[in-house]
Ligand binder design. Structure first.
Ligand code: ARG
Length: 565
């Protein structure tokens, strides 16, 4: 409709090109201002006439040639030209499109590859709420880009290498045992890691020992690598429990250690390209010119560090996956770090540095002490997810005790609540987390949207219809509430594109919420099942499409909508 309108307007506007016309077109929120408005203010200067007169003149000309099958009416008010869509035509078109199984899919990304580096927790450290965020955001971006036809490569860049392992080995040998690690897993590794730092304050030798163990690891010492691999396996078991709760999978679990044999080549290349500078025994890339601190490449003892592993990773991914974009989802404290690394890639002469994208997210603020479990301030993501599921189950027991498959529904609701809360705002914004708000069935929450979707599904079940055997008549859906739903449904493909272009799932989360709210208005206002046959069928089709789109939008966020709640 928009294209039709742009072409129509273009016939009367030599002053503007078609893109300018498209950019000017608005979709007014007040129904009496039509479905599309064209503001004449910017034309006023060019034509030396008032916006009112321009709008009035345009109206008189356009009115004569207006295709009434598309637009019912056009009027001019306050310097705007307002177009009223032929509702029946429009409803027919939107609902037919939306009934298609592929509604929302596109081929924008056909033949293109996007790598997403997300989750990426650190071995032997707890999977904290920050890691939960990157996992949730990355997974949603994966769903969104897949919907657009991209080939998406999901990479879990595990933090499985670095000096911390030297410390851990020393700590393990001094203060832990096989039994304790086996019994308590990451919690035990964390305990001794914290202990190492406390002890090292009074005993600096410990630091030297740790460094020596890390150098041993880098030199492939058998004992060092055995302990490392054991800690690795233990950590992965715990991480996998979380991925299972979230239903998240990866194509590659290639962590930092995967790149070890590719680091020397990077150092040579940097040297060859005259980018390396010696600084107190270490090697750095000077970024002073770009107002950034230097990027450390190797340490004075020759051991590798995070940045050089990331540079090697980028070159490897470019060669292996030939990505069109490589996206990193991490906390915002790594913003400077990624600017440095991307700058080094640019200085190395790789023009694709432009396709490296860092998506930083805000912090999570958790309510009171309740969430700060076991080890003081350490909050385990797994405990939060399990607590959410437990609370969701309690609500079900209270509200709908006879529900079938309660455990699974509680899982979808509890986990969905956490995911929705993470994705409802722009990524960079900090997340406030309180149980009452996150799990509230009446708030701007996941459970509210899921509940609405279940309500729509229940209407469909009760009506006993087979959606393929009934048809709608657009005439029955021209009232304000139904029409509002239709308009919203028509926006779904655009909302997906917007989320994809801006790396922001929140457009989809907000959209799902709005669609749910709008459906609830419709549901409360009208009787669906008890209406006359033709009206009933039309409303049922609209109900069917609404729940289908809500379901689909939620699945892009990584949230399941249960049949019943
Ligand atoms: N392991 C890091 C952390 O927990 C995140 C890694 C992000 N990805 C990367 N390629 N550097 O903070």
């Amino acid at each position: 409709m928009k294209n039709e309108l742009c072409n129509l307007l273009k016939n009367y506007l030599d002053e503007l090109d078609i893109n300018e016309i498209e950019n000017l077109l608005e979709m007014p929120t007040q129904n009496e201002l039509g479905d599309y408005s064209f503001p004449c203010f910017s034309l006023a200067k060019k034509l030396h006439k008032s916006p009112n007169i321009i709008a009035e003149n345009l109206k008189q000309n356009i009115e004569k040639s207006l295709d009434k099958t598309l637009f019912e009416n056009v009027n001019a008010t306050g310097g705007y030209l307002n177009f009223f869509i032929n509702k029946e035509y429009y409803i027919n078109k939107v609902l037919k499109d939306a009934l298609d199984e592929d509604f929302g899919k596109s081929n924008i990304g056909m033949g293109k590859t996007i790598c997403i580096d997300y989750s990426s927790p650190n071995i032997a450290k707890n999977f904290h709420v920050g890691h939960l965020r990157t996992t949730i955001i990355g997974n949603s971006l994966y769903n969104i880009y897949s919907k657009q036809g991209y080939n998406v490569v999901r990479i879990n860049h595990l933090g499985d290498w670095g000096t911390q392992f030297g410390k851990l080995i020393v700590a393990y040998k001094n203060w832990s045992s096989k039994e304790l690690v086996e019994k308590n897993g990451i919690a035990e590794l964390l305990r001794i890691y914290v202990m190492f730092h406390d002890e090292a304050e009074s005993n600096p030798n410990l630091m030297d020992e740790a460094r020596a163990w890390f150098v041993k690891m880098e030199n492939k010492d058998k004992e060092a690598l055995e302990i490392w691999k054991w800690f690795y396996d233990i950590s992965i078991i715990e991480f996998n429990r979380i991925y299972k709760l979230l239903d998240v999978e990866f194509d590659y679990n290639t962590g930092e250690s995967f790149y070890l044999d590719k680091l020397q080549a990077v150092v040579y290349e940097l040297e060859e390209k005259n980018l390396l500078v010696q600084s107190q025994g270490a090697k750095i890339v000077d970024l002073d010119k770009y107002c950034m601190p230097p990027c450390l490449i190797t340490k004075s003892d020759g051991s590798s560090i995070y940045a050089v592993r990331d540079i090697a990773t980028i070159l490897y991914r470019k060669n292996t996956f030939k990505f069109d974009k490589c996206i990193y989802v991490t906390g915002m404290e790594q913003m400077l770090y990624f600017s440095q690394v991307f700058k080094v890639i640019e200085l190395m002469g790789y023009s694709f540095y432009n396709n490296l994208i860092h998506i930083p997210y805000g912090l999570v603020y958790l309510e009171g002490a309740k969430l700060s479990t076991r080890d003081g301030n350490i909050v385990y993501a797994e405990e939060i997810l399990n607590e959410a599921i437990k609370r969701a189950l309690l609500t079900i027991e209270e509200k709908n005790p006879s529900l079938a498959d309660k455990e699974n529904v509680a899982k979808s609701v509890g986990v969905g609540a956490i995911i929705f809360n993470d994705l409802i705002n722009t990524i960079i914004k900090n997340v406030d987390f309180t149980w009452d708000r996150v799990l509230n069935y009446n708030g701007a929450t996941g459970p509210y949207v899921q509940y609405t979707c279940a309500r729509a599904k229940s209407v469909l079940r009760k009506s006993n219809i087979n959606i393929d055997n009934i048809s709608f008549n657009a005439k029955n859906l021209t009232d304000a509430n139904s029409y509002e739903l239709v308009k919203l449904i028509s926006q779904y493909p655009q909302v997906i594109n917007e989320s994809a272009n801006k790396y922001e799932p929140h457009f989809i989360a907000r959209y799902a919420l709005l669609l749910a709210q709008t459906f609830n208005k419709f549901y409360h206002e009208y009787s669906i099942i008890n209406a006359d046959e033709e009206v009933k069928n039309s409303r049922l089709v609209l109900t069917y499409i609404t729940q289908k789109v809500i379901n689909d939008a939620m699945s892009l966020l990584g949230i399941k909508c249960p049949e019943e709640m």
